[in-house]
Design a protein around this ligand. Structure first.
Ligand SMILES: [Zn+2]
Length: 679
């Protein structure tokens, strides 16, 4: 049980240098603006509506978007910032050959040349189509799948890559992963509800359309569509579900090459791995045994012609967004069916995203030179250490964990490595060829380059300077195997963070995000990794059982929440994120209470410090989503919808009840004994 007084007393000395409590912001900016709220609603009845009701009403999803949230607003802002950078780079006639500006400018300009792209039709994939047409025996299917991957053309059938060995993270090993399907969840192949049927119908139409666009008759295209769908359906059947994929032990299967050959009879994995340009490998880690068991059986039992259709489809679907407009339109119609998006993303915005997604660390160098503020990093570093202190205090104070396990938990907490802003060692994509008049080839070159760069890590030490997200990204992450928390430059903006805001705003915003990422190290999955990042149990059995019991209670709470009036949130699928939010907001609150403002009662713009803290949390989760998108996210997203992230943690925190005077009889009220406390 969390005791505020004790913390306050023992921590006076930690009152933080550098965190400035401002009674009134110098810019008079209202960081909590009542004009965004709905004051007609009682916070205890509907905190989401109370905190964000007017904002939600006034901010419908724009036609080119599928959701409109605080994240999207920042992404919009960042894509405009990136647009200015790439347009300027593209216009720069004096940039030296090989310079960052020249390469970024050329990549962007090539993608903006819609006339050249239009003229080419589907010429860029003609050679691939011809090659597949010539395949005349089944063993060539495997070779072709390897060729597609190593040449950066497509990732068909299954995934392959080099990454850390989860049980010995200093080693980098080959990972094989289930895949080979197109729809966003296996359920869409297997279930018969209205939504799955609707998505399948749209997918069939998309398949037929693309086959017709490369010259097949309607009848042939229909036949090919059925073949592809049936193969993908069988792959989906063999895949583990999303829930099963959350189990780090179930998805860790280290097999020797001989064992792998036995698992997938008829395939010589030694030869195949050579085709993938990774010879001399003696073992691999397989994330899904049933999937790889089924693979060779599926190859044997399916007609060669059907496999050729499947391979052709893999080329078509990865190329479609980058070919002439009939392909792009067909691709958008399929996106529209899945997400509800009304109009296509404008070309400039697609290209800024693609530049970031393809050569993000070249673009990132230009981005941080313009938009990164070193003082923001300094403030972040301080907040991260304050959150770490808060977590330590809370850990020591836990009433359900033994001292023995606490020692291990503390060691893990102290080993967390934070990264803020951007990498100290840029990736310069040496050898990657980018030309101003070869848009399609640029993308292929980049995919090929990425594959080679990835497999070159095999047997090498882990590079600890890498960032898994590019600088303009509005997001953050925790890596269990690196035991690191990472915050790219893009998220260090209001409403998450503003150096001129009062502490309540920054702790309720980015502070809770920092706490969220730290808590991932202790969620249902992350907690199974030790301080060095290895998948290795460090818990006593009794403590683990108590932890699991608590997480079940939290899951049951989230199972009660519904979107679109009828679809329940999946408490198990969202477990890690919900633990992250609950732990993160609690930690941020503890850290906030160590600041001057946290210990005062001085209102700003009509709200107490604690009210501002929880309202800051609420405003990072406000937003709207199209119904199609909301329905898809419930299946595929491990995060709960923003509406429930807003209330999910606060309803379990005594401080929230006190701040808003929430009483028995209020709709969100939970009795103190039903409020869940994990971290
Ligand atoms: Zn998370």
């Amino acid at each position: 049980m969390y005791k505020f007084n004790k913390i306050q007393l023992s921590l006076i000395g930690l009152l933080l240098s550098g965190t400035i409590a401002v009674a009134q912001s110098p810019t008079n900016k209202k960081f909590i603006d009542p004009a965004n709220m709905d004051l007609t609603v009682k916070p205890g009845d509907d905190f989401y509506q109370y905190a964000s009701g007017t904002w939600i009403k006034n901010n419908p999803v724009p036609p080119k978007e599928t959701r409109w949230t605080s994240f999207n607003l920042l992404r919009e802002f960042n894509s405009q910032a990136v647009r200015n950078i790439v347009e300027e780079a593209a216009k720069n006639k004096t940039a030296a050959a090989g310079s960052v500006t020249k390469r970024v400018g050329d990549f962007f300009a090539a993608g903006m040349d819609s006339i050249a792209i239009e003229k080419l039709g589907f010429n860029p994939i003609q050679a691939d189509l011809d090659r597949i047409a010539k395949i005349n025996n089944k063993s060539e299917i495997w070779n072709e799948v390897a060729y597609l991957r190593t040449e950066g053309i497509a990732s068909a059938l299954f995934g392959i890559g080099v990454g850390q060995d989860r049980k010995n993270v200093v080693n980098q090993v080959v990972n094989l992963s289930q895949g080979g399907t197109t729809l966003s969840d296996r359920d869409y192949y297997l279930k018969n509800d209205t939504e799955s049927n609707r998505i399948r119908a749209a997918y069939t139409k998309y398949l037929e359309k693309l086959f017709q666009l490369i010259g097949h008759s309607k009848t042939t295209a229909q036949k090919k569509a059925i073949s592809v769908f049936l193969i993908e359906k069988q792959l989906a059947e063999a895949q583990l579900s999303r829930l099963e994929m959350r189990d780090p032990y179930k998805t860790y299967n280290k097999l020797s090459i001989a064992e792998l050959d036995k698992l997938s009879p008829g395939v010589s994995w030694k030869n195949l791995l050579s085709q993938y340009k990774i010879p001399n490998v003696d073992s691999v880690i397989v994330n899904s045994l049933p999937f790889f068991t089924k693979l060779s059986e599926l190859i044997n039992n399916t007609e060669l012609e059907d496999w050729k259709s499947y391979l052709t489809w893999n080329i078509l679907k990865s190329a479609a967004p980058h070919l002439s407009s009939p392909f792009v339109k067909a691709n958008f119609a399929f996106t529209q069916a899945q997400t509800g998006q009304k109009v296509p993303t404008p070309r400039w915005q697609k290209m800024t995203a693609l530049t970031d997604g393809t050569i993000g660390e070249l673009l990132g160098q230009l981005y941080v030179a313009k938009h990164f503020k070193p003082e923001a990093k300094q403030r972040m570093d301080e907040m991260i250490e304050n959150l770490r202190k808060a977590f330590e205090i809370r850990l020591k104070d836990l009433d359900w964990m033994s001292d023995e396990t606490k020692v291990k938990a503390l060691a893990k907490l102290h080993a967390f490595v934070p990264k803020v802003g951007y990498t100290t060692k840029w990736q310069n994509y040496e050898g990657l060829e980018i030309n101003r008049n070869t848009y399609f080839q640029n993308i292929r070159n980049a995919a090929k380059w990425n594959y080679q760069e990835n497999i070159s890590k095999l047997g090498k030490p882990v590079d600890k300077t890498r960032f898994g997200m590019t600088p303009p990204t509005v997001n953050a992450y925790y890596s269990a195997t690196m035991n690191e928390i990472v915050f790219p430059a893009g998220i260090l903006q209001f409403p998450f963070f503003d150096p001129s805001a009062d502490d309540a705003i920054n702790y309720g915003g980015i502070g809770a995000v920092i706490g969220h990422e730290m808590s991932h190290g202790f969620d249902d999955s992350g907690s199974q990794y030790d301080k060095d990042g290895n998948l290795k149990n460090w818990w006593s059995d009794v403590d683990r059982a108590k932890f699991i019991e608590k997480t079940k209670q939290l899951g049951a709470q989230f199972d009660q929440y519904k979107v679109l009036d009828s679809i329940p949130v999946n408490g198990k699928l969202t477990m890690g994120e919900n633990i992250g939010d609950l732990g993160g907001l609690n930690m941020a609150y503890t850290a906030f209470k160590m600041t001057k403002q946290g210990q005062s009662n001085e209102k700003i713009d009509g709200f107490t410090p604690d009210q501002r803290f929880f309202l800051a949390w609420a405003q990072i989760w406000r937003g709207n989503a199209l119904p199609e998108t909301a329905a898809q996210l419930i299946k595929t997203d491990t995060h709960s919808p923003g509406q429930y992230r807003t209330i999910g943690a606060p309803v379990n925190m005594d401080a929230w009840y006190e701040a808003f005077d929430v009483k028995p009889g209020d709709k969100l009220y939970k009795k103190p004994e039903n409020r869940i406390k994990i971290w």
